[in-house]
Design a binder for this molecule. Structure first.
Ligand code: PHB
Length: 398
């Protein structure tokens, strides 16, 4: 029913017939109001805590893409409403509802934290609000909890960590300690690494989990030193990643190869300084990617925000690109939801990371780069996995 209404409203507009039939019934007048109203985009992102910098970068990236397109979605003005999700999973549903019910937003963009994402997914599956996950890698969001109105422009935790298992074995790092924060993202990241690492014959000799967002690592680093592994694989991000890398170096562990998903250094590389030298990571982005899109993106971002862009800024930028394409296709008619979703499903995103499309589960199918910090810069060593898709186990689109 909603689709039929959407179609009629749009075709009426295309025929220039809105004025003629405006008085005759509910459908055209509702469309006329809708067409002149602002599109409401709600940001559900961390603006405080260990992931605050990530929320800011996503917001900046999103707004930059919008500014490049005259600030409009489908020719309609846009209003932004931001909620600080505090990376607090317990408040995930409540904070999502502030946007969905309280503000009646057309789109939710966010979050960073996988636990918050699971709460958000629960709410938007009920409301039908279109959500674009601009970071959180929780596999369930594009797995068992996938839905036509849930999209992601980032990655799954599995995707970002899986490629490093093979790399570790190729480098002769056979006995590895893994470490992370104990919550969905960390657990899935370690599982992704372990799946490929053990397949190639590697052995995880110890798995260490600390509570999120704890940044006290000393006792664990002492234990790692005593275990004498060939390498250490971790998932940390934001302020926690900055602290971990500094503590790792200060504990004298640098001779033991440190590896991770690229969140370990992205956005915090400069602040990590010397401590980050030599770290090996895999990620769907790298500052140094030599493409016109990436160079322009980075130059514009630096100019607009007096900061270097990072993977989070890219994911925010691409979330906006996805909405721009979808809303362009339906000429701003958010009531034409089925067509809007269909256009988003078909989108080809010309991302600074390289062009990507979405899988059937609405998750990017993308290349993962092997990167290493050399002289303070993230150097791209190779493409570790080409067009890697998440297995999307359990996803059944309604
Ligand atoms: C997550 O919680 O899914 C998460 C958070 C920060 C990252 C990556 C993944 O950098």
């Amino acid at each position: 029913m909603e689709d039929l209404k959407g179609l009629s409203r749009r075709s009426l507009l295309q025929a220039g017939a809105v004025a003629a039939v405006g008085a005759s019934g509910f459908i055209p007048s509702r469309f006329a109001i809708g067409a002149s109203a602002k599109v409401k985009v709600g940001f559900l992102l961390p603006y405080s805590g260990t992931y605050a910098g990530l929320g800011e970068a996503i917001t900046n990236g999103f707004k930059m893409a919008m500014a490049e397109h005259g600030g409009k979605l489908g020719d309609r003005e846009v209003e932004f409403i931001a909620v600080d999700d505090e990376s607090n999973p317990a408040k995930g549903p409540e904070n999502t509802n502030k946007l969905v019910t309280g503000e009646n937003v057309d789109f939710v963009v966010g979050p960073v934290h996988s636990g918050v994402a699971l709460g958000m997914v629960k709410v938007v599956r009920e409301s039908g609000t279109i959500a674009v996950i601009a970071n959180a890698g929780a596999g369930a969001a594009t797995g068992p909890l996938c839905a036509p109105n849930i999209f992601r422009t980032s990655f799954t935790n599995y995707q970002a960590s899986f490629p490093m298992g093979k790399v570790a074995m190729e480098r002769g790092l056979k006995n590895v300690v893994t470490m992370t924060w104990k919550y969905a993202a960390g657990e899935e990241a370690l599982a992704g690494f372990e799946a490929s690492f053990t397949k190639y014959g590697g052995k995880v000799i110890k798995q260490i989990m600390v509570p999120f967002p704890q940044e006290e690592f000393q006792a664990n680093l002492t234990e790692i030193a005593s275990l004498k592994p060939d390498g250490v694989f971790v998932f940390f991000a934001g302020a926690g990643a900055l602290k971990f890398v500094k503590d790792y170096a200060a504990a004298g562990l640098k001779p033991i190869q440190l590896m991770g998903s690229g969140f370990l250094t992205d956005g915090v590389l400069k602040a990590q300084g010397e401590a980050a030298e030599g770290i090996l990571t895999t990620l769907h982005y790298a500052d140094a990617l030599d493409t016109a899109e990436n160079k322009t993106f980075r130059a514009n971002y630096a100019k607009a925000f007096a900061k270097e862009a990072d993977v989070y800024a890219v994911q925010g930028y691409d979330a906006a690109q996805l909405l721009l394409q979808g809303m362009g296709a339906v000429k701003g008619d958010t009531g034409a939801k089925a067509e809007l979703i269909a256009a988003m499903e078909k989108a080809v995103i010309k991302s600074p990371r390289g062009a990507f499309t979405l899988s059937k589960a609405h998750n990017p199918v993308q290349d993962f780069y092997l990167r290493q910090v050399k002289n303070g810069h993230e150097v791209v060593l190779s493409v570790a996995e080409k067009a890697l898709a998440d297995p999307a186990t359990g996803c059944k689109m309604a």
